[in-house]
Design a binder for this molecule. Structure first.
Ligand SMILES: Cc1cc2nc3c(=O)[nH]c(=O)nc-3n(C[C@H](O)[C@H](O)[C@H](O)COP(=O)(O)OP(=O)(O)OC[C@H]3O[C@@H](n4cnc5c(N)ncnc54)[C@H](O)[C@@H]3O)c2cc1C
Length: 512
């Protein structure tokens, strides 16, 4: 099934829906931007019974949403800055995502702060107090401790078992807490867009929006070059760090965050995130996060990034050195640049504050609905974890402003495509890595044993995943497959090894 009602996105569906829209270019809600925010808005609006078009100028998750740390976090860091409201909102959203909305894509991830001589008794007491506050946040959000276990202290042997590369000299144990971790951020965006499509939303990638007003926008098909004007009862600007290009009255102050990609082997295949306090800073850490495909993501920087907004931001040498130097304070054997397989960087769409010149690390991570006469409704700031609440606030504002005939938000009750409870997921007769990426849909991927061979030697991604990206996830070319549906492309050597397979699968589907 490829029409409304189906969550299968494909080139054929895109083509058909663009034709339909050109014939009748009126819609209740036009969403500009296919990151986590726009996909969340499209789902919220479609699930309220509205007709929806989402226009994304590149591909789903092309922007910041694929460059995150992939954490669905409980808001602990906001407590430290006194933002109790944001912290509670994060914890509530994390609980909803982990239990109802996307349990298949999110796991409970242990985080270890090793107690080394560089972490004094005072600092360790502070971290312990923070972790206890995190437990209280989780309990207040009614997320069961069975899902996110209480924080605790572990001995040196347990700490070293969780992160084998940790320095043993002077190790007095570790502090352990749990948070939510996505298998991948781009997969969340695709699952949101596909779920919106099951409610009839038209998800149009390679379609940019121009000259947007409160009720119209010119849509440009980046493939054919065709233009047409869409009329909507509400236009929503979810263009992330590019929101100011869509509506010049929106002022953002982007901040760059960089991660390094490492082979998990160089840290001894850790099963917990190594969490290292940044020397000289309070309540700031560098994380080495175990990730899919045998990788570790080491992050995170926070650098003011004024000026032009690149399509794909890049790390600086200073950021790379900072991350390596900081993690090395906790390792038995220091990592060097030779251990870095790749880097990735993203721009946080932070709202410019009134004084405008505080450090970006201290800028509010709050989201805001921006409304100005004659302009689209803007939804900016925020974070991946709270996309659902951001979407709800944007839609509520649109309904209030335009009188759209919409029911109340119900996305807190809607499981995304592939979702099921953890017991059912554990019983699925499919490889764990496929269940973690596709949930119940893993069964469709394993239907043809002839497609389960890896796309390149040593890569835990099979040909069936490339097929599924094309037939169900709206991938239109090799970049979509390699860089966003699978994250093979995060490491250039892996990308080169799998490129040929992507082209051949595209050819089999007549898309080459
Ligand atoms: C390094 C880093 C780490 C982070 N880690 C986390 C984390 O672990 N957990 C967490 O909760 N949050 C995290 N965040 C925050 C989170 O990633 C972002 O807040 C979120 O992804 C922003 O999503 P968005 O949809 O608003 O923007 P984007 O993902 O950038 O989406 C905007 C989209 O709009 C499209 N677009 C722009 N202009 C147009 C146009 N004219 N027409 C059509 N389309 C257009 C773009 O192509 C883009 O795809 C992190 C952020 C960064 C930078």
């Amino acid at each position: 099934m490829t029409g409304p009602g189906s969550g299968a996105l494909s080139a054929a569906r895109r083509h058909h829906e663009l034709d339909r829209l050109a014939d009748d270019p009126t819609v209740d809600v036009l969403v500009i931007g296919g990151g986590v925010t726009g996909a969340g808005v499209a789902l919220d609006a479609a699930a309220r019974g509205l007709s929806v078009v989402l226009a994304e100028r590149h591909d789903l998750a092309f922007g910041t949403s694929r460059w995150s740390s992939k954490l669905v976090h409980g808001g602990l860091r906001y407590l430290a800055t006194g933002n109790v409201g944001i912290a509670h909102e994060s914890a509530v959203e994390r609980g909803l995502l982990m239990t109802v909305v996307a349990p298949h894509l999110i796991r409970s991830m242990p985080q270890l702060v090793p107690l080394l001589p560089s972490v004094g008794r005072g600092e360790s007491a502070l971290v312990r107090a923070g972790f206890l506050a995190g437990d209280a946040l989780r309990a207040a959000a009614r997320t069961p401790a069975a899902l996110l276990p209480r924080s605790c202290r572990v001995d040196a042997d347990r700490a070293a078992a969780l992160v084998p590369a940790v320095r043993r000299d002077g190790l007095r144990g570790g502090l352990l807490a749990h948070d939510g971790q996505l298998v991948d951020d781009a997969r969340l965006v695709v699952a949101l867009a596909r779920t919106a499509a099951t409610f009839g939303a038209r998800i149009l990638t390679r379609v940019s929006a121009h000259a947007a007003t409160a009720e119209t926008a010119v849509l440009h098909d980046e493939i054919t070059g065709g233009d047409f004007t869409v009329r909507a009862r509400a236009v929503i600007n979810a263009a992330g760090v590019w929101a100011g290009h869509v509506d010049p009255s929106i002022a953002l102050r982007p901040s760059r965050g960089t991660h390094l990609v490492l082979d998990a082997a160089v840290l001894g295949h850790p099963t917990a995130a190594l969490t290292v306090p940044i020397p000289g800073a309070t309540n700031r850490f560098v994380f080495a996060l175990p990730a899919q495909l045998g990788r570790v993501y080491l992050g995170l920087t926070d650098e003011d990034a004024p000026g032009d907004i690149p399509d794909v931001p890049h790390a600086t040498d200073t950021e790379i050195d900072f991350l390596l130097d900081t993690v090395n304070t906790a390792l038995a054997t220091a990592l060097t640049r030779d251990d870095v397989l790749a880097t990735y960087s993203g721009l946080r769409p932070l709202l410019r504050t009134a004084d405008g010149d505080g450090a970006t690390a201290d800028l509010s991570r709050k989201h805001a609905v921006v409304r100005a006469e004659g302009r689209p409704i803007g939804i900016v700031g925020g974070k991946l974890t709270t996309y659902r609440k951001m979407a709800q606030d944007a839609l509520d504002a649109a309904v209030a402003a335009t009188g759209l005939p919409a029911g109340p938000c119900n996305t807190h009750r809607i499981p995304l495509v592939g979702a099921a409870n953890r017991t059912s997921l554990a019983r699925l007769p499919a490889p764990v890595s496929l269940v973690r990426r596709y949930g119940t849909e893993a069964a469709q991927l394993t239907a043809d044993p002839g497609r389960l061979d890896p796309v390149a030697p040593g890569l835990d991604v099979c040909r069936a995943e490339f097929d599924f990206a094309i037939t169900h996830e709206g991938a239109l070319d090799a970049d979509d497959i390699l860089d966003r549906r699978t994250r093979i492309g995060l490491v250039p050597a892996d990308r080169a090894a799998a490129h040929e397979a992507a082209l051949s699968v595209l050819a089999e589907h007549r898309l080459a």
